[in-house]
Ligand binder design. Structure first.
Ligand code: ARG
Length: 465
């Protein structure tokens, strides 16, 4: 709908209506309508403050608050008349308010600009989005801890370079992601603290001559304090950039876990299977069970990083203060949060239901001379060899076993003694994968006992009991 001459908010200055393409490129309503509730909250706080300071009358404030109640109800009922010609959510709400209450609506924008209005709304939106994403991550942590608890003693191969390295426990492996998610959550929480200053009252860029009380509006909206520089307030988007960086890092962790699911569920690994609810089939190959959700998480992690990069690009050469380039901040940020939240939900669902195959994991852990380090450690402990020499002796034994196509534990004691005469029968005690994993009891290590301790701590921290 075209508003026609004189009906846009700046109609006084303009004789002609915008071209359709101008409207198309300029309108942000389809995106920023998601901030309607925040916009109304900001307007309420602003109007209350204007009345408190005697800048508008109590009667006008009452009319404004009543009108905003109606607008909010219309938004909730889905009857709010969104008009794209009015560009954005701010002007849509104000125009509707004018239709509902008449003249007092025109007083609401006193000592305010869309520049401080939009960034107030956006900070409020991002603050709760950070909280929401953090809660979803807590849900993923809970799923991981539950599965770690069940698998504190499940042996699997630990890899470096994707080559079998040493036996580890599946519980330990899953808890590694719990730790990453914990740091991710703390980054999101930090971002919310830094974000939590109020730009409202910065007006267009220079502040206002009206005797406003910025502390009052800041407090009403749950901000810790007003921002100290009005140019900074309307020009800065580093809080959004920081949120996107935090999401990008967190999504990178999701992507690594997703990649492990892809590997583990491949027939070549066979460590796990996704349930029907989390797999897709192939239209041509009946045997396929594809881990599409995990693959999509892997791909979508890049979208979040790309949105970070796009926002950084939009900001980096902008002179102070506001420019319309900044309007795109919301699209990039909303999309990143939506994508991230979907990815966390998908990972949580997969982790909750994935069926691990302990026998296959154990068998794989026993391959590739995974207990060679245990043998070297035994030589150090029992025979007093320097580790470098023990490493060399073990290497020779591995080569010997490899030549015979057998495992280290399948060499005879005599064969071992050909390499080092001091070796005794008790060496075989350290060559099983169970002994190997159980022996690693240092703080943070993989032994089932340590994993059970960590699981117990996480259950407390996540209040899972
Ligand atoms: N829709 C605009 C945005 O998101 C609101 C601010 C417009 N300010 C302006 N000076 N044109 O950035």
């Amino acid at each position: 709908m075209n508003q026609g001459k004189g009906q846009t908010m700046w109609g006084g200055r303009f004789a002609a209506t915008p071209s359709e393409i101008m409207e198309e490129i300029n309108a942000s309503l389809d995106i920023d309508r998601r901030m309607a509730a925040e916009d109304i909250a900001g307007s309420r706080a602003h109007a209350d403050m204007l009345a408190e300071m005697g800048i508008i009358s109590e009667a006008d404030n009452e009319a404004i608050q009543g009108g905003l109640d109606t607008v909010l109800a219309e938004l909730r009922d889905g009857t709010f008349p969104f008009r794209r010609a009015l560009e954005d959510i701010h002007m849509n709400v104000e125009a509707r308010l004018k239709e509902l209450i008449g003249e007092p609506a025109g007083r609401l924008h006193t000592a305010r600009s869309r520049n401080d209005q939009v960034i107030t709304d956006f900070r409020l939106w991002t603050r709760s989005a950070l909280d929401g994403a953090g809660s979803l991550l807590a849900g993923l942590q809970a799923a991981l801890v539950t599965r770690a608890d069940e698998n504190a003693g499940t042996i699997m191969p630990g890899f470096t370079h994707l080559q079998t390295a040493q036996p580890v426990t599946l519980g330990h492996h899953l808890l590694a992601y719990v730790e990453m998610a914990s740091r991710d959550r703390s980054r999101l929480a930090d971002c919310a603290v830094r974000l939590n200053e109020s730009p409202l009252g910065a007006a267009a860029l220079a502040g206002t001559g009206f005797p406003i009380d910025r502390d009052m509006t800041a407090e009403a909206l749950g901000f810790a304090r007003p921002m100290a520089n009005s140019l900074d307030a309307v020009a800065s988007r580093d809080f959004a950039l920081e949120a996107l960086a935090d999401l990008s890092i967190a999504a990178t962790h999701l992507s690594r876990l997703a990649e492990e699911i892809v590997l583990w569920t491949s027939p070549q690994f066979g460590f796990a299977a996704l349930t029907d609810a989390w797999s897709t089939g192939s239209s041509i190959m009946p045997q396929k069970r594809n881990p599409d959700a995990a693959e999509l998480v892997r791909a979508k992690a890049s979208l979040i990083t790309a949105n970070y990069s796009a926002l950084q690009g939009a900001i980096k050469a902008l002179p102070l203060a506001y420019a319309k380039d900044l309007q795109d901040d919301k699209r990039l940020t909303f999309e990143a949060f939506d994508t991230f939240n979907l990815c966390v939900r998908a990972m949580t669902g997969m982790i909750e239901t994935i069926r691990f195959k302990p026998d296959a994991m154990r068998a794989a852990a026993a391959k590739g001379f995974s207990t060679a380090t245990d043998l070297a450690d035994w030589l150090v402990r029992e025979l007093g060899l320097p580790f470098r020499e023990a490493h060399h002796v073990t290497g020779t034994l591995v080569a010997k076993a490899e030549a015979k196509s057998c495992d280290l534990a399948e060499l005879s004691l005599a064969e071992m003694q050909e390499v080092h005469a001091g070796i005794t029968q008790s060496v075989f005690d350290v060559l099983t994968v169970e002994a190997s994993a159980s022996s690693r009891t240092s703080y943070g290590a993989t032994s089932p006992v340590r994993v059970a301790e960590q699981v117990a701590q996480w259950k407390q921290r996540l209040r899972l009991e």
